[in-house]
Design a protein around this ligand. Sequence first.
Ligand code: ZN
Length: 292
Amino acid sequence: MDHNTDGERFVRLRLEKVGWFNIRANRPVPDADEIDEVILKKEPTGEWYVSLVVEVDEAPEKPALSEIEPTDCVGVDLGITSYIHTSDNLAVGTLGLSDEYERLRREQRNLSRKQHGSNNWEQQRQRVAKANRKIKRKVQDFQHKLTTWLVTEYDLVAVEDLDVKPMLETSQNAKNKQDAAWSRFLELLEYKANLHGTHVVSVEPAGTTKECASCGVATDKPLWVREHSCPACGHTQDRDLNAAKNILSRGLKQVGEGRSEVTPMQTALPASSPQREAVDAKRVVELGSLGT
Ligand SMILES: [Zn+2]
């Protein structure tokens, strides 16, 4: 197999015995002789995807925990009003996807009116898949940018351990949670942290919102109370910023207490990223079911 690539976005790819393809790349394309395996997959939208599997150089070493400056550490609260809020008081807004969801609902309604299995139905089914894909791509793009920024800006990123974080309080949050795809975000964060030599520390999430970042006294606050106002010490702060600071201090405490407990972190590769094991050189594997 072979390809020529002038820009990063559009690439011509030649597969032996198959021929040339124009592909749109969503990341830089490696040189042909670095590619170990090519995986073709047909998506429900009817489009074909090409995954190029390469061996990756050894990831950079993470800095020694004892040598990391506190200013190179950050706590990240995965929030409700903002997508993330950092302990450095950076709030990143939630993606506005209401138009995209509106379109998806419209296409789904249209699909339900078509006769199942007819040509019109099949065409409409692809429109639904495309509307879905558009949302997925926007979320992924956003998450890639955010996680890359975090792992390049900081040496240590403390986050809540969402495996033990209870589902949020209101029903709307089930959808919000899905939009935000938090667990995918954390997976990406861990994955990129490993690539960039950055530590990720997962901390106990219980009480991060209630606790005062200044004095540690816990106070209940309902979801709609956006400001932390401590009855014990008088400290006042944005709710999410207060939580992010608690997450950071828990992370630092965890690191300081028992380094062996903190590392190794659970390493999660994004589901879409090719595994490195199967490296039968120049092998073309065809996945996915034709015609569905
Ligand atoms: Zn306080």
